[in-house]
Design a protein around this ligand. Structure first.
Ligand code: S3P
Length: 442
């Protein structure tokens, strides 16, 4: 479903990165706009959608539930989707989220509110990831949801939708997926639903719900972030999805570690709990500028030499949770030891990212230690990594982080399991080639 190509990727070391690129549309936003368009009674138009396999799965799922999706072009010739929603019903088969944790958790919330039965399933990685974190609040709302596995907290998830009550739920961990799940379920509850967060996670669900005519209230009370959604349906909308900051982060790190680089990443989303990597790279000495009008992110290598190490505090982590593997590559090329605190959530991503960053950057000669919920990276100014064989562990962000690290290796790096990259960034290899060529021609 995700259109994966098999085989390892061999990445040669590269000189400076130079040029302008447009990364895929934000993945988190793409899932949510597809779901909101499916719920809206009428035709919505979406441009700039992520072209990754994860979002393709969510698109196929809303179609299986009865939304009509037509591909077209805007007046400038860019691809758009016209989605007619509003009359969803049971699918003929199980719904396959592929590799997408965001897809399964958000859709579980939406489907728990719709009065028909559904089964959500995904690939082997999805079947290992914890689903209790969404099953618990959904059950508190009165949902009939059944998980699998010994503790009943794994996919596939059988959902018999309808009959929800509004609740107030304090998130036990910083998770925009769990927040989004509860808020999507709240659209079909009998009263308001509130999610309370100790640390604000990415705010796309509430931003997009408000933008599509839903009644959403946000506040900060006694140091806690609160968001309340009232039952309702979105009105049809037009949305142009901005570029994904989590993909931009790979080029931001690449430009920061290779002397002489200058990269412009066009139209990048920078919103609550998504831009933490910009502050961290700036703190390490990279020259990073975000233009609030165009959204363009310009990154240049530090003029005075290598990056310097930093400590990433636990309270910063929700704002850069997906960027830790890429930032670990920056840390590997920085002067001193960088410590990432409070990064335990990385253990339950597409791979155990603390273990896989440790093992794969370790193979490239970097001293990395994953200790409990901390990650320590001892950097060597300028990198000097070892070109060798590494394994993506079926994790797109580990594969792409290794490809960025390969820029400063002493020989070719062979990345096994490169096909995982198609879940979020099918054009990564083309973009890398364009930026390396831009640097060669400078
Ligand atoms: C996402 C939330 C984060 C993030 C994931 C996308 C979202 O997961 O890692 O890639 O779109 O809500 P958690 O909610 O598990 O932190």
């Amino acid at each position: 479903m995700s259109g994966r190509a098999a085989g390892p990727m061999v990445v040669e070391p590269g000189g400076p990165l130079r040029g302008r690129i447009r990364v895929p549309g934000d993945k988190s936003i793409s899932h949510r706009v597809l779901m909101l368009a499916a719920l809206a009674d009428g035709q919505s138009t979406i441009g700039g959608l992520s072209d990754g396999g994860d979002v393709a799965c969510t698109r196929a799922i809303i179609e299986a539930l009865g939304a009509r999706v037509e591909a077209g072009e805007d007046p400038a010739g860019r691809p758009i989707l016209r989605i007619t929603g509003g009359e969803l019903g049971p699918a003929q088969t199980d719904l396959d989220v592929g590799n997408s944790g965001t897809g399964i958790r958000l859709l579980a919330g939406m489907l728990a509110g719709l009065e028909f039965a559904s089964t959500l399933d995904g690939d082997a990685s999805i079947r290992r990831r914890p689903m209790g974190r969404v099953l618990d609040p959904l059950r508190t709302m009165g949902a009939s949801v059944t998980g699998s596995g010994d503790d009943g907290a794994l996919a596939p998830l059988a959902i018999d939708g309808g009959g929800l009550r509004g609740i107030e739920y304090r998130l036990p961990m910083a998770s925009a997926q769990v927040k989004g799940c509860v808020l999507f379920a709240g659209l079909s509850a009998d009263g308001p639903t509130t999610v309370v967060e100790d640390r604000l996670s990415r705010a796309h669900t509430e931003e997009l719900m408000a933008a599509t005519g839903l009644d959403v209230e946000r506040s900060r009370v006694e140091g806690l972030d609160r968001v309340t959604v009232f039952p309702g349906r979105p009105v049809p909308f037009v949305h142009d999805v901005a570029g994904d900051p989590s993909q931009a982060a790979f080029w931001a790190v690449g430009a920061s570690i290779v002397a002489g680089s200058e990269v412009v990443i066009e139209n990048v989303y920078v919103g609550p709990a998504r831009s933490g990597f910009i502050a961290v790279l700036a703190r390490m000495g990279a020259d990073v500028v975000h233009d609030p009008v165009t959204g363009d992110l310009t990154v240049r290598a530090p003029s005075g030499g290598a990056l310097t190490a930093t400590t990433v505090r636990a309270d910063e982590v929700p704002g850069l949770v997906d960027e830790v593997p890429a930032l670990a590559v920056a840390a590997a090329c920085a002067d001193g030891e960088t410590v990432f605190e409070g990064v335990g959530e990385l253990r339950v991503k597409e791979s155990d990212r603390l273990a896989t960053v440790e093992s794969e950057l370790g193979r490239m000669g970097v001293e990395v230690r994953a200790e409990g919920d901390r990650l320590r990276v001892s950097g060597r100014p300028g990198g000097q990594l070892r070109g060798t064989s590494v394994d993506a562990h079926h994790d797109h962000r580990i594969a792409m982080s290794c490809a960025v690290a390969a820029l400063v290796a002493d020989g070719p790096t062979t990345i096994d399991g490169w096909d995982a990259v198609a879940t979020s960034y099918p054009t990564f290899t083309d973009h890398r080639a364009a930026l390396v060529a831009g640097g060669a021609g400078a």
